[in-house]
Design a protein around this ligand. Structure first.
Ligand SMILES: CC(C)(COP(=O)(O)OP(=O)(O)OC[C@H]1O[C@@H](n2cnc3c(N)ncnc32)[C@H](O)[C@@H]1OP(=O)(O)O)[C@@H](O)C(=O)NCCC(=O)NCCS
Length: 323
């Protein structure tokens, strides 16, 4: 059984050790093991509700696995109802051997922690989940939940946008952008409820380039936007349609398609030959927009979810009173 240490704050030494583990996993899986929200939370030391669970095994000086728990901003009702938790999990590629309990031990400990802190709805994202991950999730009581499509298409696109967009102006556009984003993504677990701080953290990332953050206005009002993000270097660069949204007051006119076309033009203008995006499989308008623009599903990611009751955990089995 792995020895699990729970860290409420990640200092420079822990961060160095975890960064090595995360890099090894990213290289082996060709995919970053933590989502962007979680990674930023980790490098910034962990915000309120953060817990980093670090797994060690005897005779290994370095961590062999890591799980990161983040509590959503909704304070809940005090009985776990309404509390949202996001969990991320990574095991050192050298320790992914048959019989290893590192992943299960991390998940169990994380679920116990959620229960102790009032319970709530938890989701764990898995990239291109296999039956192994399905079984692991089921073994700790997590059920298959939301599906995210990763879609791709070659560039350039044959069609051009008929609307005119302009780049985001730092220091000017934040307030209007936050309003449109939060209206368009109301109730969205990751993209909704952004604050000036959330936006600033993204804008401070090395990949951020306001030239690829395109805004569309009508009569002086922000109606929608397409934010792009470039991954990789040189010829292997891939351009992501990172976030696209239309203010609900302007919905139903196909502006999502126009904004996506504007983003695709920007990316191909940068010399990028492939576009990519993530979209929730149940987001019918967005999926339809992207399919119509020639995007096809490359792979899926899946969330495993559970409604965790408040501690004691697991719920005590009901006893049959002796006759
Ligand atoms: C996705 C989004 C940008 C699309 O905005 P839009 O261009 O105004 O969308 P529309 O209402 O014109 O719908 C797009 C297409 O979906 C179709 N559609 C809408 N509702 C539908 C439904 N329930 N079933 C099937 N098709 C539907 C529309 O008919 C339209 O297709 P068409 O062009 O062939 O007529 C917008 O819905 C949005 O901002 N959503 C919130 C943010 C988001 O989810 N962004 C994408 C993920 S990053």
């Amino acid at each position: 059984m792995a020895d699990i240490k729970v860290k409420r704050h990640i200092g420079p030494k822990d961060l160095a050790a975890l960064s090595q583990l995360l890099s090894a996993a990213a290289e082996s899986d060709s995919h970053p093991p933590l989502g962007e929200h979680a990674w930023l939370d980790l490098v910034q030391g962990g915000r309120e509700g953060f817990a980093g669970l670090v797994a060690f095994e005897p005779s290994h000086p370095h961590p062999v696995g890591y799980a990161q728990l983040s509590r959503g901003d909704n304070p809940g009702d005090g009985a776990g109802e309404g509390l949202q938790w996001a969990l991320e999990l990574v095991v050192d590629p050298h320790h992914r051997v048959p019989g290893s309990t590192v992943a299960r031990d991390l998940l169990r400990n994380a679920l116990e922690l959620v229960a102790k802190e009032g319970g709530g709805h938890l989701h764990l994202w898995a990239n291109q989940p296999s039956p192994v991950q399905d079984r692991l999730a089921a073994s700790v009581g997590l059920s298959p939940g939301r599906v995210l499509y990763q879609m791709r298409r070659p560039l350039p696109a044959e069609e051009k946008a008929t609307i005119s967009t302009r780049p985001f102006r730092l220091g000017d556009d934040e307030e209007a952008w936050l309003e449109v984003n939060n209206r368009a993504f109301a109730r969205h677990p990751e993209q909704g409820g952004w604050t000036a701080k959330t936006l600033k953290a993204r804008q401070s990332q090395p990949w951020f380039d306001p030239r690829g953050f395109l805004l569309y206005e009508e009569e002086g009002r922000l109606a929608g936007f397409c934010w792009t993000k470039v991954h990789g270097q040189g010829a292997s660069r891939v351009g992501e349609i990172y976030v696209v949204a239309v203010d609900p007051d302007f919905a139903g006119r196909g502006l999502g398609r126009e904004l996506t076309l504007a983003g695709l033009s920007y990316l191909s203008g940068e010399g990028i030959a492939e576009a990519m995006l993530y979209v929730d499989a149940t987001n019918i308008r967005a999926v339809k927009t992207y399919v119509d623009l020639g995007f096809v599903v490359n792979h899926i990611d899946r969330a495993y979810t559970a409604d965790v009751p408040p501690a004691p955990f697991p719920p005590a089995p009901s006893r049959i009173a002796p006759a």
